[in-house]
Design a protein around this ligand. Sequence first.
Ligand code: SF4
Ligand code: SF4
Length: 69
Amino acid sequence: MAHIKIDENRCKTCYLCIETCPKGLIKKSNRVNKLGEYTVEFVDEKKECIGCAMCAMRCPDVAIVEVHK
Ligand code: SF4
Ligand code: SF4
């Protein structure tokens, strides 16, 4: 099933991926990365990810490092 992997330490916390995911599967995390910012996390309890890679294409910091279909 489709899923993504986020490198939290590359994330610059612009939150563009949150706006971009058509399924709303990326959320602001309560974890702080090495830049001292609240990063994002992939939350897909209902297995809704379609592997479209829109999140990865939108991320300006290439922090979404893997998209599996
Ligand atoms: S688009 Fe990239 S840098 Fe911006 S919040 Fe999402 S993962 Fe982080
Ligand atoms: S691959 Fe598509 S559906 Fe899956 S998290 Fe990224 S934008 Fe959302």
